[in-house]
Design a protein around this ligand. Structure first.
Ligand code: ATP
Length: 269
């Protein structure tokens, strides 16, 4: 594991070196400490192991992530050399709402800024899409007073890089037509974008999430079903609340859903 300021080792990918990424940041709080693991089960697991000890804004990266996790025990595949896996430590103070949404919106905006012509959609609550392909997933976990926001992002993966079970559904920015990029630059752009949104959110700016999320929301106006482990609810996606919660119009009237472990599916037409 190396931290910004440590001497690098040659076997670590140069584009993820903490000191380089730090050099691209002028942030006040996020990315001031960047820790790179040469190999990790998952960056969220590493972050959780010492979440209380890390200051807010610490970023954990893994050059190789061998057991990336999704929600509900699912796994996240991180392509060797092509994928980006990182976790942000957030210590929210008395603010409510969806941190997953904050990261989804800020990452989508950062990617669109870095890759002209690419449009990123948000599949509520935690996945980023380019067209029909999933390009990133977010996993938020709580440890004590910390929220760990982990993201897996397919950056430079080539076609054929993904295992067969996700090959049809996954896309990388490279496969979406973008040129191969330095993953450290992409991460720096996401950290800058996240800090900008987070500080405004913390400052109480009203309606920060709603329009930004709704403009990227997949399946707006379409019929979906939501499964929460207890019931399956069918309805039309209306939008989100100021906190980033999903609004559906159902046969029984309007309903709001908190992020939690909900699965959203588009219903066949
Ligand atoms: P859903 O809401 O669609 O049920 P989810 O949001 O709970 O899914 P996640 O937990 O975010 O899904 O991600 C895990 C799933 O993402 C895996 O089950 C797999 O299908 C898919 N997946 C895993 N790795 C990748 C990857 N690198 N790129 C795209 N998709 C992936």
């Amino acid at each position: 594991m190396i931290e910004a300021g440590d001497a690098g080792t040659e076997r670590l990918p140069a584009d993820l070196h903490p000191a380089r990424i730090l050099g691209m940041l002028d942030t006040a709080r996020f990315g001031r400490t960047i820790i790179l693991f040469d190999s990790a089960g998952s960056t969220n697991t590493e972050a959780a192991a010492a979440a209380d000890a890390y200051e807010e804004g610490t970023v954990i990266i893994a050059a190789e992530q061998v057991a990336g996790r999704g929600r509900k025990g699912r796994s996240w595949f991180t392509g060797s050399g092509g994928g980006l896996a990182f976790s942000l430590i957030v210590k929210p103070r008395g603010i409510s709402g969806s941190l997953t949404s904050l990261l989804a919106i800020s990452a989508a905006a950062a990617l669109e800024g870095e890759y002209p012509g690419i449009e990123v959609g948000i599949k509520w609550p935690n996945d980023l899409y380019i067209g029909p392909g999933k390009v990133a997933g977010i996993l938020a976990e709580t440890r004590g007073g910390s929220v760990i926001l982990g993201m897996g992002l397919n950056v430079n993966d080539e076609p054929g890089a993904f295992p067969p079970e996700i090959a049809d559904a996954a896309v990388s920015l490279r496969m979406a037509g973008a040129v191969a990029r330095d993953r450290g630059e992409i991460l720096a752009a996401i950290i800058r974008s996240f800090e900008d949104l987070y500080l405004r959110w913390e400052g109480g700016e009203p309606d920060l999430l709603r329009s930004r999320l709704e403009s990227r929301l997949l399946w707006k106006g379409e019929r979906v079903s939501i499964e929460n482990g207890v019931e399956t609810v069918s309805g039309v996606v209306e939008g989100v609340t100021a906190e980033g919660y999903l609004r559906l119009s159902t046969d029984g009237g309007p309903r709001t859903f908190h992020a939690g472990d909900l699965s959203l599916r588009r219903e066949e037409r």
